[in-house]
Structure formats: structure tokens, C-alpha cells
Design a binder for this molecule. Structure first.
Ligand SMILES: CC(C)(COP(=O)(O)OP(=O)(O)OC[C@H]1O[C@@H](n2cnc3c(N)ncnc32)[C@H](O)[C@@H]1OP(=O)(O)O)[C@@H](O)C(=O)NCCC(=O)NCCS
Length: 162
């Protein structure tokens, strides 16, 4: 398994992976394919140029992906947000997702961030276990944060001080 940084040239392939991810894992994400479409290709290219997005690769296949955004603002830019964590079903339990998280944390330290934040659906126990193993702690639960399949679902907010 190798880890590679994705850039603007990877945008179409990255969005195709996210489409597949939303199709099979809709319950585990606050976002949806339609939201990605609304952002548009040009903005996604810019995002992949600006953010730190990585893929774990084996034989040309992206096994897992995840991104890190530094918050904007003079008073906020000590914080980073981890987003879009996903491992292909066949790659779960292999350490691919852990490798992404380790890389994102290393990058966060390199660029001088003081803390990392992430959110997940409160009932996503598998993801929560992974984040806890990486030292993230739950600091709040946002009630009825996401309208999911016609029902309101809570979102868990986690953070890690670096
Ligand atoms: C979340 C995700 C990236 C984690 O990667 P992974 O390879 O599955 O994670 P791991 O196998 O390393 O760890 C999963 C942990 O959950 C446990 N687990 C496995 N299945 C579980 C289940 N059904 N319920 C609860 N815990 C479970 C594992 O035992 C392991 O815990 P451990 O560290 O104590 O052994 C991956 O599962 C995924 O892509 N899920 C779908 C999309 C998603 O939920 N993304 C995150 C959005 S915030």
C-alpha cells in the first residue's frame, strides 16, 4: 500500500469515487452526491489544489481516501477539519483508513495546526471506534443535525488536540 496526495488532476476520479461512496453509504454521511454536483467541477479542482487530500493506493486502486481543510480566519486557523473519510468495503479492516488518518495528522502538525475536528453520524459506531483509536474524543452531539431518509439523525462532533 502506498499513500499519494491527490491534486486537481485527480478531481474527476475523486468525484466518481465519492458518487459510489454516497450510493452505498448514504446513511453514514452528512453530504450527498447532489451536494457535490452543486459545488461543481471547478470548485472541486480548487479544493483539491488547496486542501490536503490523500489516497491509499494498491495496484492502481484507491483503497481509502480522506481530506484535511485548514479553517479560514485569523482567529480560527489553528483548527483543521478532517472530511470525506472512506475505505472501499474490501479495504476495511486492512489499516488503509488508519494510514490516511495518520497522514492527515502528520500534515496537520507540519502546517502548525493545534487541533483537529471531525463530525460523523452518531450511529456510525465503526467510524467512531476508528477515530477514538486515533485519539479523538467526543465533545458534543448535535441533535437532529441531518435529515436522512426522511428522519432526523444526530451528528457526533469529535476533536483531538495535537
Ligand atoms: C469508517 C471507515 C473509513 C473505517 O475504516 P475501517 O477500515 O473500516 O476501520 P477499521 O477496520 O480499522 O476499524 C474499525 C473498528 O470498528 C470495529 N467494527 C467493525 N465493525 C463494526 C461494527 N459493525 N460496529 C461497530 N464497530 C465495528 C472494528 O473492530 C474496529 O475496532 P477496533 O479498532 O477496536 O478493532 C470505513 O469503515 C468506511 O469507509 N465506512 C463507510 C464510510 C464511513 O462511514 N465513513 C466515515 C464517515 S465520518
Amino acid at each position: 500500500m502506498d499513500i499519494v496526495k491527490l491534486g486537481p488532476e485527480d478531481t474527476e476520479r475523486f468525484l466518481a469515487l465519492r458518487r459510489a461512496m454516497f450510493a452505498t453509504e448514504a446513511m453514514n454521511f452528512r453530504g450527498a452526491s447532489a451536494d457535490d454536483d452543486a459545488i461543481g467541477l471547478a470548485a472541486w479542482r480548487e479544493r483539491l489544489a488547496r486542501d490536503h487530500v490523500y489516497a491509499v493506493v494498491q495496484d492502481g486502486t484507491w483503497l481509502a481516501v480522506g481530506g484535511l481543510t485548514r479553517l479560514a480566519g485569523q482567529k480560527l486557523d489553528h483548527k483543521g477539519l478532517i472530511w470525506g473519510m472512506y475505505a472501499l468495503p474490501a479495504a476495511r479492516g486492512t489499516g488503509a483508513a488508519a494510514r490516511i488518518l495518520d497522514q492527515l495528522e502528520a500534515k496537520a502538525r507540519e502546517i502548525g495546526l493545534r487541533q483537529l475536528q471531525l463530525t460523523l453520524m452518531a450511529d456510525n459506531t465503526r467510524a467512531r471506534r476508528v477515530y477514538e483509536r486515533h485519539g479523538f474524543a467526543l465533545y458534543a452531539t448535535e441533535p437532529e443535525s441531518v435529515r436522512r431518509d426522511g428522519e432526523f439523525a444526530d451528528e457526533a462532533l469529535m476533536w483531538k488536540r495535537l
